[in-house]
Design a protein around this ligand. Sequence first.
Ligand SMILES: Cc1cc2nc3c(=O)[nH]c(=O)nc-3n(C[C@H](O)[C@H](O)[C@H](O)COP(=O)(O)OP(=O)(O)OC[C@H]3O[C@@H](n4cnc5c(N)ncnc54)[C@H](O)[C@@H]3O)c2cc1C
Length: 434
Amino acid sequence: MASIFSLKKIRFCDIINKIGKAKLKQNQEKKRVVILGGGFAGVSASLALSEYIGDNPEYEIVLIDRHDYHLYHAALYEAATTEHRQIAARKVKKTVTIPLGDIFRKRSVKVFKAFVEKVDLGNGQIMTDSRVVYFDYLLIALGSIADFYGIPGLDKYGFTLKSLEDAVMIRNRIEDIISKKDSGQIIIGGGGFAGVEFAGELRNLIKHECKAHGKKPENFKIMIVEGAINYLPGLSEKVSKLVAARLAGLGIEGRFSTLLTHAEKDFLTLNNKEQVACDLLIWTGGVRSCRLPVLEDLERDKKDRTAATEFLNLKKFPNVFVAGDDACILDPQTKKPLPQTAQEAIHQGRHAAKNIYRLVQGRPLLPYHSGPVRFVIPVSGKYAILYTPNLIIHGLFGWLIRKTADLRYFLSVLPFFTALRYWLFENEIFMKND
Ligand SMILES: Cc1cc2nc3c(=O)[nH]c(=O)nc-3n(C[C@H](O)[C@H](O)[C@H](O)COP(=O)(O)OP(=O)(O)OC[C@H]3O[C@@H](n4cnc5c(N)ncnc54)[C@H](O)[C@@H]3O)c2cc1C
């Protein structure tokens, strides 16, 4: 009897083993495309890849991010200037983040929440804080971090505006200052997009906070310190002048051709040796690559961005692609790196996806051409400036274009009604600021 039972047992185990092995083989045979970063580049690449190869059972697409959401940076300045009495932090989160689960609900993209610690390109391994993930094809799109340029005290006393937590901390700090003091000065380091957008909206927050605490808004100054000769250097003189006029009208002081050289708790030193009192410093003066530790030696530029070929992959590792703020992609005409913008990141992400698909199919890769130049810069309330090389529109119409652009972006990553819901919610909250 015993032998019959054991015989049966062996047969049963055999079957289980066979199924197990077949499954393992199936998994090993599946080619895995891994995307690091669920930002603008990573999300656009994952969506495009799911269109190309999503239904093919031989492939698996895995997106890894330390957060379970996609951060919409373009609205961070609004989130940082929401009034806490009106909008709880939990609600602020909903205005600037989209859960990755909502984006990929009906897509064949597996989202894995983990912090990427290291990558071994040669062996196709990604070391995360929870496990090792293997890849056949990889896209690195981990974005950037604030660049403090080694200015003493800046990282210690300056607040950055790069994350949801930053936005919530900034608005809380402003409330704290106004509740405790009768006057003060907020300094913004950097007169680029983030700096001017934030400054314009900050004026409104100060007004609301002063009203709530019985203080005079004119006693709370805002100053922007910019190294170039005007705001938004490199865009267009007309746009710089429009921004300057708008901000000056709001009583915001601009210091141009001026650098911060030192930051202390209560004051900043400028390159002309002047010391200016500062209750809060927001640093938006530049970014550099997040410099993911990679075991191999990679070519990088002075901002630590990884050098990509014209196809967006790496010379040494053709199965590895880079896109977004983390990538150094040269403009074929100017030979200068392309700007670190969301538009570029989206465009590059889509192109990297296309080339990964072509590589999978054994087809030749296509060179990258940057996307159209188009910016809409909101500067306080219902005013924005649309800039394209041939057209500049400003005022309420510019603001409506900006709102349409936001909706277009949501529609590009979400199903119609979900996108509409996010957009309406964002507008409901942010218009309370105006
Ligand atoms: C305040 C602000 C306003 C801006 N406004 C505009 C604008 O109006 N228009 C415009 O074109 N550009 C704007 N930009 C620039 C734009 O946001 C960036 O160029 C864009 O986000 C770059 O996209 P990305 O995909 O490379 O990186 P990101 O969008 O930053 O995505 C990187 C992702 O990688 C993840 N990540 C990073 N490190 C790790 C890790 N170790 N492990 C796991 N996950 C990790 C992050 O969580 C993030 O989700 C703005 C930027 C800021 C800061």
